[in-house]
Design a protein around this ligand. Structure first.
Ligand code: PSU
Ligand code: MN
Length: 308
C-alpha cells in the first residue's frame, strides 16, 4: 500500500476506520458531477453519507482530486464536483492518464470499484450501473462497468440498470463473465426508475446477512469479481413504465440523430431523460440512492462481522 501513496489518499476518517476495522461503504462521484443538477447533487451526496453513518458504517465517497485517487471526500471537494462544469468522467482506461496529468475527475462504477479495491473497501453503493447499450451489435457500446464486475472484488448495490440499455443482453454478458446478479427481496432485475423489468435475476436474496455470506463464499473460493445486488426503488417513488419508455425512445432517437458516441452516450441519455420527465425522475433518483445506501451499510456491517 505504501508504494501506492503517490496515487491514492484516504481521508483521516477513512484511515481510522480501516485501522479500527470498521465497516466501510464506497460511493461514486459521477452521480455528483454528471448524474444530478446542483444543489440536489451535493444535498444527496451528503444525505447518503449521513444515512450510512446512522446505519453504523463509514461512508467513503471516491473521486480524483488533482491527480490523486481520493477516498473519503471533504464537503469542499464534494461541492467542487457538484458545482464545477466539465469535470472529466473517468472509467478504467482514463485512470492512469488523469493521475499523470494531475486532473480532477469523477469516477464511474468501474473506476470506483478499482479505487475501492485499492483502499480495501468491499461494498459500494451507486444508483444505476452501466451495461450493454441497445444496438450494441452495431455500435459495440458495452460499458466498462461490466468487465470490471467480472474481475474486481467489490459488491455493487444498485437499483438495477436503466432501460436505456439492452437489459437482456446485459444479463447475458454478466452470465458469460460469471457475475452473480442478485435481487434483494425481488425476483426481477430492477430497472432503476421502475421496480420491475420482466427479466428474472439469477437469485433472490432476502437479508443482508445472506448477501454477505454469498460474498464471503465467492471470494473465499477465489472466484474473483464483483456481485450485483439489485435493490428496487421504493414503491412510492417508482415511475410509470409507459412514461419512462416514451422518454427513453425519444432520448435514444436524439442521441442517434446527434451522432453521440463513446463515453458521451450515457450522460447524454441521462440528461435527455431528466429533461423529458422533469422533477419526478429527480425525486425518484434521490429516493433510490438513499435506499441503496441503507442496504449497502447493512451488508457492510454483516460482512464485517463475518471477517474471514
Ligand atoms: N447509469 C445511471 N446513472 C449513472 C450512470 C449510469 O443510471 O450515473 C453512470 C455511472 O457512473 C456508470 C456510468 O458507471 O454512468 C457508465 O457510463 P458508460 O455507459 O459510459 O460506461
Ligand atoms: Mn459506452
Amino acid at each position: 500500500m505504501n508504494s501506492m501513496n503517490v496515487y491514492i489518499q484516504c481521508s483521516d476518517t477513512v484511515k481510522q476506520a480501516i485501522e479500527a476495522k470498521l465497516p466501510l461503504v464506497a460511493l461514486e462521484s459521477t452521480i455528483i458531477s454528471h448524474g444530478m443538477p446542483y444543489p440536489e447533487n451535493i444535498e444527496t451526496a451528503q444525505a447518503v453519507e449521513e444515512l450510512i453513518m446512522q446505519e453504523g458504517a463509514i461512508p467513503a465517497t471516491i473521486a480524483i482530486i488533482a491527480g490523486k485517487i481520493t477516498v473519503g471526500l471533504t464537503t469542499e471537494q464534494m461541492e467542487f464536483l457538484a458545482i464545477e462544469k466539465n469535470i472529466v468522467k473517468a472509467s478504467r482506461r482514463d485512470l492512469p492518464v488523469i493521475l499523470t496529468k494531475k486532473l480532477h475527475a469523477s469516477t464511474t462504477v468501474a473506476a470506483t470499484m478499482i479505487c475501492a479495491r485499492l483502499a480495501g473497501i468491499e461494498v459500494f453503493v451507486t444508483g444505476g450501473i452501466g451495461g450493454v447499450h441497445r444496438g450494441a451489435e452495431h455500435s459495440f457500446d458495452i460499458s466498462a462497468d461490466l468487465q470490471e464486475l467480472a474481475t474486481t472484488n467489490v459488491a455493487v448495490v444498485s437499483a438495477g440498470a436503466k432501460a436505456i440499455l439492452d437489459l437482456p443482453l446485459t444479463m447475458e454478458y454478466l452470465e458469460t463473465q460469471g457475475v452473480p446478479v442478485l435481487g434483494y427481496q425481488t425476483d426481477e432485475f430492477p430497472a432503476f426508475y421502475t421496480r420491475t423489468s420482466g427479466i428474472p435475476v439469477n437469485y433472490r436474496v432476502d437479508t443482508p446477512a445472506e448477501i454477505a455470506r454469498i460474498l464471503c463464499a465467492k471470494w473465499d473460493l477465489g472466484l474473483d469479481g464483483g456481485v450485483i445486488i439489485g435493490n428496487p426503488i421504493p414503491e412510492e417513488y417508482s415511475m410509470d413504465p409507459v412514461t419512462m419508455n416514451t422518454a427513453i425512445e425519444i432520448a435514444l432517437k436524439q442521441a442517434d440523430e446527434c451522432g453521440v458516441k463513446g463515453k458521451e452516450v450515457t450522460p447524454f441519455l441521462l440528461d435527455k431523460i431528466k429533461e423529458l420527465t422533469s422533477g419526478e425522475s429527480l425525486a425518484a433518483n434521490i429516493a433510490l440512492i438513499k435506499n441503496n445506501a441503507l442496504l449497502g451499510a447493512r451488508i457492510a456491517r454483516e460482512l464485517n462481522s463475518m471477517k474471514r
